[in-house]
Design a protein around this ligand. Sequence first.
Ligand code: FAD
Length: 421
Amino acid sequence: MAAIGAKRLAVIGAGMVGVCAASWLQRDGHSVFLIEASAPGRGASLGNAGCFNGSSVTPVAMPGVIRNVPRWLFDPLGPLSLRWSYLPAIAPWLLRFARAGTPEKVRAQARALRPLVGPSLEALKPLVSAAGAEHLVHRLGHLYVYRSAAGPEKDRLAWDLRRENGVQVEEFDADELRQLEPALSRDFVRGLLVRENGHTSDPLALVERLVEHFLRSGGELVHAEARGFRLESRRLAAIDTSAGELPADAAIVCGGAYSKPLAAVLGDKVPLETERGYHLMVRDPEVMPHIPTADADGKFVATPMDTGLRFAGTVELAGLAAPPDWRRARILLELGRRMLPGLAASYPQERISVWMGHRPSLPDSLPVIGPSRATPDVIYAFGHGHVGMTAAPMTGKLVTDLVAGRRPAIDIAPFTARRFA
Ligand SMILES: Cc1cc2nc3c(=O)[nH]c(=O)nc-3n(C[C@H](O)[C@H](O)[C@H](O)COP(=O)(O)OP(=O)(O)OC[C@H]3O[C@@H](n4cnc5c(N)ncnc54)[C@H](O)[C@@H]3O)c2cc1C
């Protein structure tokens, strides 16, 4: 029998954010169905670096970052690339991005992000335990490595923001780094370790296990594309999908980088873009770091996964439709060899795999979480950019509070869609 106040709820999108939202809503007593156009976990949640970094409070648009852009763009191994034909389309987003990067604004963004990402592992734990997926989630820390002793000083503001928001950081010199992670190149002479951080050793398997448990607990998965909403007097009547109208009392939009049109039909113009990212995996690698390790200058992460060693990162601005540029993935192997010289000089095709995915990114590095303009029954939960795996469990709890009419556990005002009006 349904609990009093239980509703029939639709969650649009079965990525990490959608499945966490669906799971928390289900635990609150609702009857929940996921609407997924593809297959669960096959979007950005598949190929990311797998890090649950509660310390990820630093926005992408940090002060001065724009000054690095020309150097990055002209370096073939650089962390950023742009398809020039896409420049006119992305120019308004870039303008907002540049404006978001003032010292005052990034301090406010970091303060807003910390309560969303900090409790990630605690908020994920009940879902993972119920799904029997504990073996996929690890709390071993996250290491950032630098090639010069002065490196961390260059990133001073980022480290200040982390520390100001309660992140504990341990520093290591070259010898200590060697003991901590013997596989690392001797070029690295400084390491900063954040022990509170965790990771998953298989992001896709994690989403799939969570979805399986959701289905075993009475949830449904509808294979369809959501296209719009039918409202009656500002209340949601049904979701318009490729499989017809699906009645629901409320809907949560978790469509990742594809959420923009669904917000637009409800009158919310959200400057959602995709920061495309790549990964390259080496099966049976000769060496692996023991914990996720970020090359702070190269801006990529090496994560030990159940299926091999994953190098993930880089940003490509080219929109949702352009085909992948696999050179962007292959440079990760070159960068990875510089990080871990014990890797082989070449690999047969069957030991290498590559992937491209769409980070759903807002220019101020904050997601959109909260009710739509047109109706309180459609709630947004998208745009988590570089930290969607980490922010998903708390996002799920927040939308569950909103559906129940409870005051959310943290301040969600910074995440409103109206901040772009
Ligand atoms: C290279 C790279 C590395 C990253 N590393 C990390 C990391 O280490 N830690 C971290 O926290 N984050 C990381 N991220 C970011 C993270 O992967 C994303 O923020 C996160 O996966 C977004 O999750 P999501 O559920 O919002 O979107 P997605 O996983 O993309 O899921 C959205 C789902 O919605 C479906 N959908 C969309 N529109 C519709 C519709 N209209 N109808 C039906 N279904 C729809 C899609 O098919 C998709 O399955 C990384 C990203 C990249 C690219």
